[in-house]
Design a protein. Structure first.
Lengths: 184, 184
DNA sequence: CAGCATATCTTTCCACTGACAAGATGTCAG
DNA sequence: CTGACATCTTGTCAGTGGAAAGATATGCTG
């Protein structure tokens, strides 16, 4: 909890973003209510507007934060493509609220400069990891991104058939490896 | 099904579903309004409740319709996995409204029996196509589904980097092939 | 320290939404 | 014709997003 130090609230912006993550985790992005966030933060229902303009503005900030977190997680894989793929899935499962918003462009201002910049920051590590691979092509990068993104999305949607390994990282590792060793 | 014919409206249920597809195509599933659908269909704001109960009920019906459409499209590939993958992407792009709802489980009653049945109908063709492949495993099915679903989702989200083939089917075919011929 | 400009937050208001209840209307069986 | 029923309308309520205008704390300038 942030200290009630400094301004009226302390750091309302941060508090609202954290409340949003929690609320989305409970009921999904569609059911998000600005007034509910304001209640959670202990301020009036109009306070959020000052920081984010409107609901889409708040979700835009959340998307930027998400892309930055994702970029950091992928960077930590340090060129290891399999590790990066697993990190992608780990991020999606561990930061479900961010992830769901990030890839629901109808919810926020996708053409916001901050979003565009953060998005490309997240895309860079995967791209360079592919480029470092012998014979790595644009198509390989697209295939790698598609497979991890698809797996993560299906996992979050609960659309995967039963019988999958209950640990998303284990299941993801197996699926991603399929991209490198098709035979086995 | 329950398509009663020849009442006040004619077939309000159908009209509402089609209006929903159109409205979602314009503004996304989050901005969907039952009252707007009622206006589009020329009925009062409370008429939809009688057919679908509530908003989630309407989206449940839309999801079932979507899974059935998808199952039919995949069946038409007739065991050809590459064709099925392309058909998956074609469905997602061509029936964006259905697709977005289908994989947003927070929006509808995902545990509805009709949904479960339709979902497994859609999953069956891909599964059997994999099984028919020499050495086809559960992991292969998962990888195939992940890659097409991921590509379709990223395409719809507009998250793909520039420079991709503007025709989603062409780009998808190239990516999917990566699963079969990793070398080239 | 004093006074002011500004960022932050509150109060008030409006149009809209989803959901419910009760009544009206068309359709069909007998 | 009549009653039963599904269909649709009207009226209502709490909750929401957003705008406008006022209140208050904070930091800056002198």
């Amino acid at each position: 909890m942030t200290t009630t130090r400094g301004y009226h609230h302390g750091d309302l912006r941060r508090a609202l973003l954290e409340a949003a993550v929690q609320a989305i985790g409970e009921s999904g992005p569609a059911a998000l209510s600005l007034r509910d966030l304001a209640r959670r933060a202990g301020v009036s229902h109009a306070a959020p507007a000052h920081h984010f303009g409107d609901k889409a503005g708040l979700l835009t900030a959340l998307a930027v934060e998400g892309f930055d977190l994702l970029a950091a997680a992928l960077d930590r894989a340090d060129g290891d493509l399999l590790a990066a793929g697993v990190a992608y899935v780990r991020f999606a499962v561990g930061h479900r609220a961010h992830f769901e918003v990030m890839f629901s462009p109808g919810l926020y201002h996708g053409d916001d400069p901050a979003v565009l910049a953060a998005r490309s920051r997240a895309w860079a590590p995967l791209r360079s990891g592919i480029a470092a691979l012998p014979g790595g092509s644009e198509r390989d990068a697209l295939a790698a991104w598609s497979i991890v993104h698809g797996f993560a999305t299906l996992w979050l949607a609960g659309a995967l058939p039963p019988g999958i390994d209950p640990d998303p990282e284990v299941a993801a590792r197996s699926v991603i490896r399929r991209l490198f060793e098709p035979g086995e």
